[in-house]
Design a protein around this ligand. Structure first.
Ligand code: BDR
Ligand code: CA
Length: 315
């Protein structure tokens, strides 16, 4: 186990199964203090994402954590594709949050208040489409420099995409926004598909967690994982479990040696056949540009450490 100071985390996401698991992991982790959740469109609509986040906070008894309204549509104005076949009709697999759920929702500008409140110590974790984060840069580019670090799930290197042959869903959903964030954000850790695809939780592990967990989330774990696994099996019949992309991104904040990294500038293709593709220069002699504005890119996952940490926190 690695010792960490308490991390103040502003979470942006589109819950969504793995976003929800990332929120659950963050709420349960003794070294993470979630200080706000910004809900955006993506896996589901922004409104459904908000309801799901509110439901998780209610289960945890943490309604004190503000939910902040994020983006409802991408910067490009393109029509949105949602993913009920992977995340369920409402984003939590077979589970529907009760209709009585009331979210303590704040307007978008609350993001800036949170950043000011935790100036110099705030970590932003973004596991959704990049629109909300890009909008924050568009409005308050200088203030965004006082964020201590950004952990972003997106892109993929030397692996196929998951929504097109070359693009990962978060970068494809609003490629203009993702590219903007990759150019403007400082102290970025990118957790791409080439590592998150390896962050697999098998049905065996799910059964173990469901049996042994002492957390308030015990009733959710098995149904949402089962739904997610069936969905991934359809995409890849050989897969042995479900990849928890967004949890790994949250985990990386408090586990510095969980992932090995490389350092390169990252750009995102914004149009045409390759829209959403993440590009970095990995030639043996990369251009000088490739080493400027570099981003810390997740390269290799230490699986045993990942699995042990996930089981420990979830139980
Ligand atoms: C990403 O896309 C979404 O479907 C997941 O929640 C994750 O953030 C993986 O490509
Ligand atoms: Ca997500």
């Amino acid at each position: 186990m690695e010792l960490n100071a308490l991390k103040k985390v502003l979470f942006l996401g589109d819950p969504g199964i793995d976003d929800s698991l990332a929120i659950i992991y963050g709420l349960l982790h003794p070294d993470i203090d979630i200080v706000g959740i910004v809900t955006g469109y993506g896996n589901v609509t922004q409104e459904q994402a908000t309801n799901n986040a509110a439901y998780l906070l209610q289960i945890a008894g943490r309604e004190d954590i503000p939910i902040i309204n994020g983006a409802k549509i991408p910067l490009s104005g393109e029509f949105i594709t949602y993913y009920p076949e992977i995340h369920g009709q409402e984003g939590l697999g077979p589970i529907r949050p009760p209709e009585t759920i009331k979210a303590n929702v704040k307007p978008f500008c609350e993001i800036f208040e949170v950043i000011k409140r935790y100036k110099g110590e705030l970590i932003i974790v973004d596991t959704g489409r990049s629109t909300s984060l890009a909008t924050a840069f568009i409005l308050e580019k200088e203030l965004m420099k006082s964020v201590k670090g950004y952990y972003i799930m997106g892109g993929g290197f030397f692996v196929p995409g998951n929504v097109t042959p070359v693009a990962e869903a978060n970068f494809h959903g609003d490629a203009i926004a993702s590219n903007l964030v990759m150019q403007y954000a400082e102290h970025v850790t990118l957790i791409p598909l080439n590592v998150t695809n390896e962050a697999i939780i098998t049905p065996h592990t799910v059964t173990y967690i469901a049996k042994n967990t002492k957390t308030n989330f015990n009733k959710l774990i098995e149904p949402i994982f089962n739904y997610y696994y069936v969905a991934y099996k359809k995409l890849n019949p050989k897969i042995g479990g479900s990849p928890i992309h967004d949890v790994l991104t949250m985990m990386a904040v408090v586990n510095p040696s969980l992932v090995e990294y490389v350092y390169r500038r990252v750009q995102v293709d914004v149009g045409g056949l390759a829209k959403g593709e993440s590009i970095a220069d990995f030639r043996p002699q990369p251009s000088a540009e490739a080493m400027k504005n570099w981003i810390r890119i997740g390269w290799k996952l230490h699986y045993k450490q990942f699995l042990e940490d996930f089981i420990r926190i979830m139980t």
